[in-house]
Design a protein around this ligand. Structure first.
Ligand code: ATP
Ligand code: MG
Length: 180
């Protein structure tokens, strides 16, 4: 599985639709300060279900929607589409390509879609569990994350190993079952 494509509309500094196609291998994003490099990784976090506004570097969820400029009106919603190549069926779906979508409205409401079918945040969360990619995964290592891992409590650090070894899903299922 690998990240194939990222489509950003109305998110932070990307007022117009921006499409990024990723090839296999390493991609580096370079540019001057404030040009929107970090906004790209924020878009990935957003679509994977990030709920922490702090992680998205805003005060309110609606701060991630394009605010407008002297010449351009603010937008009413933001949308991010993330396409993953799933030819190896890492994700337990019959599709060779999986598109995750999140739309955010000024009301603060979010909509999630998996391959254009509306779903819950929970579905996106469960889909990526134990892949290391999801909201709580380690596929995005932000600034300060390494330090955080090194100084964290052993129980917190264990979570990273559990995600990598594929145990998280079973723990989660057990907790969900016990709730019922
Ligand atoms: P650095 O090299 O300093 O890390 P960067 O390339 O990572 O910079 P970002 O932090 O991705 O830059 O982008 C910051 C820019 O995004 C700022 O110019 C800010 O005004 C703009 N921005 C953030 N939120 C919005 C928004 N809601 N609407 C419009 N622009 C926004
Ligand atoms: Mg940055």
């Amino acid at each position: 599985m690998f990240l194939k494509r990222l489509e950003i509309i109305g998110f932070k500094s990307f007022a117009d639709k921006v499409v990024l196609n990723f090839e296999k291998g390493i991609t580096a994003i370079v540019g001057p300060n404030g040009s929107g490099k970090s906004n790209i990784s924020d878009a990935v976090r957003l679509v994977l279900g990030e709920q922490s506004i702090k992680s998205l570097r805003g005060n309110k969820l609606e701060d991630v929607i394009f605010v407008g400029t002297d010449k351009r009106k603010p937008l009413s919603f933001a949308e991010v589409n993330l396409t993953l190549d799933n030819s190896d069926h890492t994700l337990p779906l019959d599709f060779t390509e999986v598109v995750i979508t999140r739309k955010i409205f000024r009301s603060g409401e979010s909509e999630f879609y998996i391959n254009k079918t509306q779903c819950r945040l929970k579905d996106v969360y469960e889909l990526f569990m134990d892949t290391g990619i999801g909201r709580d995964g380690y596929s995005i290592i932000g600034q300060g994350k390494i330090d955080e891992i090194l100084v964290s409590r052993p129980e917190d650090r264990r979570q990273i190993f559990e995600e990598a070894s594929g145990i998280s899903k079973y723990k989660y299922k057990k907790e969900e079952a016990l709730k019922k």
